[in-house]
Design a protein around this ligand. Structure first.
Ligand code: 2DT
Ligand code: MG
Length: 222
């Protein structure tokens, strides 16, 4: 008799500029996947994970509570902290995927590269930014929620944290599109209604889950 190898879960990453709807759509996708009849199980994850030791440093930096001028962590160091915050999650992520659960992740290394590179500082070229995350688990699919930054800026709560300025977000969007890999990125129109976008993502996610369940995990950028 055949002993079924447990199918692995699918790693789905959602990326985009601030206020593109990532967190809403991540929660919605997990709920929609779990509601399907059949054997799909999905959980969510987000980066930065602000609850860990590295995450607390990152949170202080983002909310600018970390020093007198809010600039007490330099650009290279904060980039490395974001990467460390992902690296420390890999054992758990791999375990979850290998037990057959799909994981929907709100931001990943692509945000790492796009936000750091958008600072335009010397030495923060795309190659250096990417190198730091090379070898972490490669997503099976990236949903890039694309939105003009003026539309994003007009949504609520813009401007509460570091980076939430439209001129900066424009640079971030450009950097995302520069590193978009057609092999596994889906660029989606994030101006459409929540439900329409959610349906589109569900359809694409199910297709991906069926395609990837028997494939080994791959390293990113190697
Ligand atoms: P949230 O608003 O989604 O919590 O993100 N960021 C994120 C980086 O600069 N580098 C990274 O590697 C990641 C994952 C994007 C908080 C902010 O942190 C930025 C917005
Ligand atoms: Mg934010």
């Amino acid at each position: 008799t055949l002993v079924a190898t447990p199918r692995r879960g699918t790693l789905i990453v959602i990326e985009g500029v601030d206020r593109s709807g990532k967190s809403t759509q991540a929660a919605s996708l997990v709920a929609r996947l779990n509601a399907l009849s059949g054997a799909v199980t999905a959980v969510s994850m987000r980066f930065p994970d602000r609850t860990t030791q590295t995450g607390k440093l990152i949170d202080a930096y983002l909310t600018q509570k970390d020093g007198t001028d809010g600039d007490s962590i330099d650009d290279r160091t904060i980039h490395l902290l974001f990467a460390a915050n992902r690296a420390e999650a890999m054992v758990q992520l791999r375990k979850t995927l290998m037990t057959g659960t799909s994981v929907v992740v709100d931001r990943y290394a692509f945000s790492g590269v796009a936000y750091t590179h958008a600072k335009g500082a010397a030495g923060l070229d795309i190659e250096w930014c990417m190198a730091v995350d090379a070898g972490i688990i490669r997503p099976d699919v990236v949903f890039f929620l694309d939105i003009p930054t003026d539309v994003a800026a007009s949504r609520g709560e813009f401007g509460q944290e570091r980076y939430e300025r439209q001129d900066f977000q424009e640079k971030v969007r450009t950097a995302f599109l520069d590193i978009a890999d057609k092999a596994y990125w889906k660029i989606l129109d994030a101006r459409q209604s929540k439900d329409a976008l959610g349906e589109e993502m569900l359809h694409l996610a199910v297709t991906e889950i069926l395609k990837t369940e028997n494939k080994p995990l791959q390293p990113l950028w190697q």
